[in-house]
Design a protein around this ligand. Structure first.
Ligand code: ADP
Length: 181
C-alpha cells in the first residue's frame, strides 16, 4: 500500500497518468484554480463535452476525455464549500473521493492524480481534507487492485506537509530513501 499512494508537489495538468481529477463546481463549466488550469491545458473541447453533462451535484463526480492533456480521462469531482463543518462537508468531501475512484475503476484507470479538492476557493481546512483524502483512497485501494497508483498532487509545500502527516498517521509514509530511489 505504501507504494500505491504518493505525494508530489506540482501542477496536476502535467501528470503522466491515466486520469486526473478536477476540483470542479456544480456547473462543470469551468472556474478558477485547478479547474481553470485544467480547462486551459485541455483546450476548448473539454468545455464542449462538459456542457453536455448538465452539471454535477456536490459530492458527486462525472468523467470526460482529457483532450490536449497527457491523461486520457478527466474526472470532475464537486467538493463542498466549507461552512464551518456543520453541513456535512466532511462526508461530502469523502463522497467525492469515493465517486471519483469508482468512475476511474469503471473506466479501467490504473493511475490517477488528485488535487486537494475544496481546499482553495472552497476553504476546506487543509489538514482535515488531507486526512479524508488519505483515508478514502486507502480504503478504496484495499478493495480494488486495478488502480495501481494514486498521486496526491500538492500545489505547494504546505499542502505536501499535510498529506505527509496524514500518510504518516496511517503508517503509509514511505521512508525518504525509498522515495529517492
Ligand atoms: P476548490 O474550489 O475545490 O477549493 P481550487 O482550485 O480553488 O478548488 O483549489 C483546490 C486546490 O488545488 C488548492 O489546494 C490549490 O492550491 C490547488 N491547485 C490550484 N491549481 C493547481 C494546479 N494547477 N495543480 C494542482 N493543484 C492546484
Amino acid at each position: 500500500m505504501k507504494d500505491r499512494i504518493e505525494v508530489v508537489v506540482g501542477d496536476i495538468t502535467q501528470m503522466q497518468v491515466d486520469a486526473i481529477v478536477n476540483a470542479a463546481n456544480t456547473s462543470l463549466l469551468g472556474g478558477g484554480g485547478v479547474d481553470g488550469a485544467i480547462h486551459r491545458a485541455a483546450g476548448p473541447e473539454l468545455k464542449e463535452e462538459c456542457r453536455k453533462l448538465g452539471g454535477c451535484p456536490t459530492g458527486e463526480a462525472k468523467i470526460t476525455r482529457g483532450y490536449r492533456l497527457p491523461c486520457r480521462w478527466v474526472i470532475h469531482a464537486v467538493g463542498p464549500v466549507w461552512h464551518g463543518g456543520t453541513q456535512g462537508e466532511e462526508e461530502l468531501l469523502a463522497s467525492c473521493y469515493r465517486r471519483a475512484l469508482e468512475l476511474a475503476e469503471e473506466h479501467g484507470v490504473r493511475s490517477i492524480a488528485f488535487p486537494a479538492i475544496s481546499t482553495g476557493a472552497y476553504r476546506f481546512p487543509k489538514d482535515r481534507a488531507a486526512r479524508i483524502a488519505v483515508r478514502e483512497i486507502r480504503c478504496f485501494l484495499e478493495a480494488h487492485p486495478t488502480i495501481e497508483k494514486v498521486f496526491l498532487v500538492a500545489f505547494d509545500e504546505e499542502m505536501r506537509g499535510f498529506y505527509e502527516k496524514a500518510l504518516e498517521d496511517e503508517g503509509l509514509l514511505r521512508a525518504k530513501n525509498d522515495r529517492d530511489t
